[in-house]
Write a protein that binds this ligand. Structure first.
Ligand SMILES: [Zn+2]
Length: 379
């Protein structure tokens, strides 16, 4: 799998622009016209009208915890009005579509000094009913906000042509699989297109000591094979290097990491900051890594991380994963959709051409969705 076909970073340096990458504090200082993103806003808006865009990870208004019966989670649902405002923001910012993500382990999570952690076990069958409960909550919100529930890129394009926002359902956490990989089929029937194997609570799909995942369990392997067979995409965001490497080894389809970052130089492979090797394992399957929106430094910081990812895995393997309303205590750089034109303009200003920017804002994830669909049709 080819890695970086050209280095975004070296292009910036070669162009001699006052680089946001190296001098973030000089972002608004005098700099060559070619380096100023403001000059690219018109081009960005024009591009966004024509090219498919998709946020790879979002929980607008924290809908997964709406009407939640039993939760220790201190962050409540933000309200139907906030959900509606997010959809309106997608219209204004030209974000055509998103992976709307239920969070299956939400009822068993609580905030600890170390961050979110499991504070009680699931009762038998509880995770499956929680999955179905959140799907019903989401379906209701989508219907009331005139959002089209989409399964394919064509569905999204049709919705866009009709002036509508589209939602693809992507499930965070595989807790509800329990010991039944065959539930994958029911998930797909309910409209889910991607499953994040592991979130925070230890689940049956991974080997775990109760605090971290260290590979796929037998049930996890069987589930991944079933997902490949049926065309349900595997998302390895939050998973450890070991779990990701095992999934990459056995998968027959590209794998995703919907909201992640790559660290410049760091030993830890867990969580949002991946090592270079970790990121390249995902890219080598043909997959896509969405830049996590919970970074510091505002939009300049978000673009810095996006360019670092492009530099690490190549332009064909990077997307956007804002984690809208889900970043918790982390500072959210991409915290509203009307920022998409600015993000697009900044990518253009960095020296990427229109076609490359179009791949990052949605073209790459569209390719993976199309391929998974084609794979199912053939089998
Ligand atoms: Zn999330």
């Amino acid at each position: 799998m080819p890695l970086s076909r050209r280095s975004a970073l070296s292009r910036i340096i070669a162009a001699g622009a006052a680089s946001i990458f190296w001098q973030p504090n000089r972002l608004f200082a005098a700099q060559p016209a070619t380096g100023s993103w403001h000059h690219h806003l018109g081009q960005a808006s024009d591009l966004l009208g024509r090219r498919f865009s998709l946020d790879m990870h979002m929980h607008p208004a924290l809908f997964p915890v709406k009407d939640i019966p039993r939760s220790s989670n201190p962050r409540p649902y933000r309200g139907d009005d906030v959900f509606a405002a997010r959809i309106q923001g997608m219209r204004e910012g030209h974000m055509w579509c998103g992976f709307f993500s239920p969070v299956v382990d939400a009822p068993v999570l609580g905030m600890t000094p170390q961050g979110p952690a499991m504070v009680r076990p699931f009762e038998r069958g509880e995770a499956w009913s929680e999955f179905k409960r959140q799907m019903a909550v989401l379906d209701d919100l989508l219907r009331r906000n005139d959002v089209v529930k989409a399964a394919t890129v064509t569905d999204v394009e049709t919705a866009h042509a009709a002036g509508k926002i589209a939602a693809i359902v992507s499930c965070e956490g595989g807790d509800h699989i329990e010991d039944k990989p065959e539930r994958v089929e029911e998930m797909v029937a309910a409209g889910v297109r991607s499953l994040q194997i592991y979130h925070v609570a230890p689940n049956s799909l991974v080997k775990t000591d109760g605090t971290r995942d260290s590979g796929l369990s037998d049930i996890g392997r069987a589930t991944l094979r079933e997902m490949n067979r049926i065309g349900l995409l595997a998302d390895l965001a939050h998973a450890s290097f070991e779990t990701t490497a095992e999934a990459a080894e056995i998968t027959t389809q590209p794998i995703l990491s919907t909201h992640s970052l790559v660290r410049a130089a760091d030993g830890s492979a867990h969580g949002f900051g991946m090592t270079v090797e970790h990121a390249r394992i995902i890219a080598a399957t043909g997959g896509v890594i969405g830049t996590f929106g919970g970074v510091g430094g505002g939009m300049a910081g978000f673009i810095e991380h996006t360019l670092r990812l492009i530099d690490t895995v190549g332009i064909d393997h990077v997307g956007i994963g804002t984690d809208m309303d889900g970043t918790g205590n982390m500072p959210a750089a991409f915290d509203r959709y009307p920022l998409l034109p600015e993000a697009t303009a900044r990518l253009l200003a960095s020296g990427l051409d229109e076609d490359e920017v179009a791949r990052v804002i949605g073209g790459n994830i569209a390719r993976v969705l199309d391929d998974a669909q084609a794979g199912t049709n053939e089998s």
